[in-house]
Design a protein around this ligand. Structure first.
Ligand code: FES
Length: 145
């Protein structure tokens, strides 16, 4: 099956019910996307499928046939969201941060002027065991400037 990831087409010989997360990490080597809960709850595995944040741990590759997948590696380092994350030193352990950044990137792509309340609402679907939520909010607001 073909998978289009970060603008490039890859041919994978794996079962169609393989979770997208495993295809991305184990077969294609995009290890920025993380495995957390494996149940669609924590958000660590979030990637974009045709621009929509998607939990790759519960998404079979058959569901993304012909679609554009963007991982954390596909967001340019020069993008304001990544720059803000670094400037404000958001991560503590860092494990959940790729999923957080991908979600924030999608949010600002759709709604560059998202209010604080809108940001908090969207980002509340992501868990951070280090509790970096305030810095995440500040970084998204910094990226809006
Ligand atoms: Fe996919 Fe937690 S690992 S949502």
């Amino acid at each position: 099956m073909e998978l289009k990831v970060n603008g490039k087409v890859y041919v994978l010989k794996v079962a169609e019910d393989t979770p997208l997360l495993w295809a991305i990490r184990e077969h294609l080597g995009f290890t920025g996307t993380k495995f957390g809960c494996g149940k669609g709850i924590c958000g660590a595995c979030t990637v974009l499928v045709d621009g929509e944040p998607t939990r790759s741990c519960i998404t079979p590759i058959s569901a993304v046939r012909g679609k554009n997948i963007t991982t954390i590696e596909g967001i340019p380092s020069s993008h304001p969201i990544k720059r803000a994350w670094i400037e404000l030193q958001v991560p503590q352990c860092g494990y959940c941060q790729p999923g957080q950044i991908v979600e924030a990137y999608a949010l600002l792509s759709k709604n560059p002027r998202a209010s604080k309340e809108e940001i908090v609402k969207v980002m509340s679907s992501h868990l951070c065991r280090c509790g970096t939520y305030n810095r995440i909010l500040k970084a998204i607001q910094r990226a809006q400037q």
